[in-house]
Design a protein around this ligand. Sequence first.
Ligand code: ZN
Ligand code: ZN
Length: 296
Amino acid sequence: MTVSHSRYAWCVLLSLALAGGVVQAASDPDAYLDVTVEGDSRVPGLLSTEGSRFDTDYTVEPSNTSGSPATRKTNRLRLNFGCRHGGGYLTGCLVSLFVDSRAGTGGHVHSSDRPTGSFTRLFGTVDPHTGLLETVFTAPEASGIITIYGEAFHPLTFVRSAEFTIGVGFEGLVELPDSDQYLKIGSRPEHPDNHFGTSTLVTRMQELAAAYREAYPDATPLEYNDMSLEFGGVFDLNKNWAPPHRGHRTGVHVDLRTRTLTEEQIEMIKMFANKFNLLVYDETSTATPHFHLTAR
Ligand SMILES: [Zn+2]
Ligand SMILES: [Zn+2]
């Protein structure tokens, strides 16, 4: 793919040069492809949890286009690529970008058809006035690391290629600690760490479990199933980068299994959930009986 793109790039470039389209010539060997970023969803700094961190050039929160309608959101970054030369940019530079999504990142240990998000363009000549090629990146719904490998071509100057990374994820989720007050269930090989949430959710879950344990000291502790992945984003139970979990993206949801509970215990949990500010969505009559709890 790289070879054919490069060949195409050179053909276009040659045409431009012959047509007099190259505005500025230079011979500085230190020209290099550079990128600047602007966008309202940008999160400065690293994304990190206790377990891992995204050490990337830029970060953005994942989009949500398949969640419940009220929560849908598209997050973008505006990327400006240019051939940096001294204090400015070369004109007549041709930029070619190759995009990939890094396997195993964002809590997804499955990689086929991993989404990269979308770019308005991956190839083109820089603007003759600004020396920049603008492309708008729309974040995918899944968290993870997106890599952009960029090449640039200029007829008179060698321009060094470059690689950039974008971390897609929510900052600041914490893992529900292990405890004898509750059970953490639902871990699967493709999503091994399924108990991340906001510190508010984690605290309320601990309070709920402690209250339940006090009421039923001899019963099985509460069984907490899926919360969110380590950096949030779509939690694709079926490994297809899409719901059935429409929520579970931002660290405020947890599924509490109710299959083995008595009616009385279920009512007690509802009461405690209300007390600890957890909104109950009742899914006890579905094939996988549970409460979907939200930290308000
Ligand atoms: Zn996944
Ligand atoms: Zn749920």
